[in-house]
Design a protein around this ligand. Structure first.
Ligand SMILES: Cc1cc2nc3c(=O)[nH]c(=O)nc-3n(C[C@H](O)[C@H](O)[C@H](O)COP(=O)(O)OP(=O)(O)OC[C@H]3O[C@@H](n4cnc5c(N)ncnc54)[C@H](O)[C@@H]3O)c2cc1C
Length: 555
């Protein structure tokens, strides 16, 4: 739907949209914002994918118009259309995006086949269609929505941007699909891999069975020595492998869950350089993965690095399936994972109404519900904003008195502007009740001690812990488990101690030739950009290490 009083903008934009997208979408235009709904009703009230509203001399009230239309069509992407050079629109657009009233902005097409315009439109439509779901099902899952195993699979596949269809086992479609597969008493969840030459059906599969079915399970040759082994394919690990592989090093990257790490769970990253209107974490991760792959990185998915041993300048990683990887250098980019809430009653509902960091994959299931988000950081804020698109009401539960010290100002403003989000201070979750799934949460007022029970589901985002348990006693860590690097290794008593006369390089751990990058490292900045930057820096240090030859104790 194109809405603008500017005849030139309306005609050009509508013509370009019809030419490119007319086969799949209905393209409407309207010069009077008041008559938009009338025009839609005349065409049978189709769902609206894209609301393009003019902003400029002819449409001084363009943002207000878009806001109103977005209120009536909340699932549409609201996009401001501006003429190139209308710089005065920059600030109001930024403000509107900040408070969640606008999704994107675009320049009016500058004539026929304006590919920049079409690229931007396609991206917005892609975002709309991934929010809707229900398209091509490369993988089909039939299971119980609140089964933690089904939730784990949905989360992994969504984060890896694998087109997915989920069907409740007890629904008519679910029963029909199971009957078609000839499964009378299946072990749920059933996974149907539909993109291989022959359909593969798995019952309650393990991660390794999934990797095998996906064709991701090429055996590793334990005698091949890689220049770099990278543990983790979050932003830091992907940064390391893109730079290492592009600079001619042989790279093997091990990832146990999904590419993108924590960033892949973010619905919209708005502060990453080069994406002025933001980028979804899974899209950024998928592009970075393709980039690393195109430069020649080898990947080993769904396997966890469980042990690191080093001998005579070579490092061996032992993986969860018993395979091992040999490398001259290692970059540990294992990041961090969600801190648990630590309330036994609630832990029992994990995946069945209590979710850790799964705001993107579970949000559509929150339609019509009330949800509680626990946390005071940016990830909790982002989750609340994302969930507010689906849930009836979102409560952000904060133990402290304010969000100012823990959350970015733009997010606080966005939360305040959302009518169905309520920030509740000095409140703690202390319990939960339910039969199969969490139905009610128990909240405690930290000032009065009074406890109340309220209906809803829970998203827990209370910070993260480094994933370094497997490195205890192998690499020096701080009391919280973060890896010590560089000068921190020689600043005091460290165990294991730095073994060489030369000082450790900036990102080098207590084992020479093993580097750490990103959130796993003590003192890291905990941002996508800094993780990518550390990955790239680690590669510069790897080059220097390899150029200097192997280190020997005492050198
Ligand atoms: C919801 C959310 C929203 C965020 N939003 C923003 C934002 O808007 N802007 C911003 O700058 N930052 C944001 N962040 C922070 C940012 O995502 C992190 O700082 C960044 O992802 C850290 O990257 P990393 O590669 O160091 O670690 P991670 O992203 O944690 O990646 C580590 C990877 O290593 C894998 N791994 C761990 N252990 C092993 C092992 N033993 N074997 C194999 N693989 C292993 C993990 O599965 C994971 O994929 C957000 C974080 C979250 C959770």
């Amino acid at each position: 739907m194109v809405v603008t009083r500017d005849d030139g903008v309306r005609t050009t934009t509508t013509r370009e949209l019809e030419r490119r997208y007319g086969a799949d979408y209905l393209v409407f235009s309207c010069d009077d914002p008041v008559r938009v709904d009338e025009a839609l009703t005349a065409r049978g009230d189709p769902p609206v994918a894209l609301l393009l509203g003019g902003l400029g001399d002819a449409d001084p009230d363009g943002l207000r118009v878009l806001r109103g239309l977005h209120g009536t069509h909340p699932e549409a992407m609201a996009v401001a259309l501006v003429r190139w050079g209308a710089w005065e629109t920059a600030r109001p657009i930024f403000e509107a995006i900040t408070v969640g009233q606008l999704d994107r902005w675009l320049y009016v097409p500058r004539g026929r086949a304006d590919e920049e315009f079409h690229h931007a439109v396609t991206e917005v439509l892609d975002e709309w269609s991934s929010r809707q779901g229900g398209g091509f099902e490369a993988v089909r899952i039939i299971g119980d929505r609140w089964d933690p195993h089904a939730q784990h699979l949905r989360d992994h596949l969504t984060r890896n941007r694998i087109p997915l269809g989920f069907h409740e086992a007890g629904s008519p479609t679910g029963r029909e699909l199971l009957a078609e597969l000839g499964l009378e008493q299946p072990r749920l969840p059933v996974v149907v891999v539909r993109f291989r030459p022959e359909q593969i059906v798995l019952q309650a599969p393990s991660d390794l069975q999934m990797a095998d079915a996906f064709g991701l399970f090429d055996p590793l040759d334990p005698t091949v020595v890689h220049d770099v082994a990278v543990v983790g394919a979050g932003p830091a690990g992907l940064g390391a492998s893109v730079y290492a592989a592009s600079e001619g090093l042989s790279v093997l990257q091990v990832e146990c869950e999904a590419v993108g790490g924590q960033a892949g769970t973010s619905s919209l990253i708005r502060n990453y350089l080069g994406f002025p209107t933001g980028v979804s974490g899974s899209r950024l991760a998928a592009s970075a993965y393709q980039q690393a792959w195109a430069f020649g990185t080898s990947f080993s998915f769904m396997r966890t690095a469980q042990a690191l041993t080093s001998e005579d300048g070579l490092h061996r990683l032992t993986l969860s399936d018993g395979a091992s990887v040999l490398a001259r250098t290692v970059v540990v980019a294992a990041g961090a994972s969600w801190r648990r809430i630590g309330v036994p009653e609630l832990e029992a509902f994990t995946g069945r109404g209590v979710f850790y960091g799964a705001a993107v994959s579970e949000a559509p299931a929150m339609r019509g519900r009330q949800v509680f988000v626990v946390g005071a950081g940016n990830s909790a804020g982002q989750a609340a904003v994302h969930l507010s698109r689906y849930a009836d009401r979102v409560h952000l539960l904060v133990r402290r008195e304010s969000l100012v010290e823990t959350m970015s100002e733009y997010l606080i403003r966005e939360l305040v502007a959302l009518p169905n989000v309520e920030v509740r201070y000095r409140v703690q979750v202390v319990g939960g009740r339910g039969a199969d799934v969490l139905e009610r949460v128990v909240l405690r007022d930290l000032d009065t001690g009074a406890e109340t029970e309220e209906p809803g589901m829970l998203f827990v985002m209370i910070g993260s812990e480094p994933r370094t348990g497997w490195l205890a006693g192998v690499l020096a860590r701080d009391p919280w488990g973060f890896l010590l690097t560089g000068a921190a290794l020689t600043a005091g008593d460290v165990d294991p101690a730095w073994p060489l006369h030369r000082p450790p390089a900036l990102l080098e751990t207590s084992t020479p030739g093993v580097f750490a990058a990103g959130d796993v490292r003590q003192g890291s900045v905990k941002r996508v950009a800094s993780a990518v930057g550390e990955g790239a820096l680690a590669v510069t240090l790897v080059h220097a290490y390899l150029a200097a030859g192997r280190d020997r104790p005492g050198r």
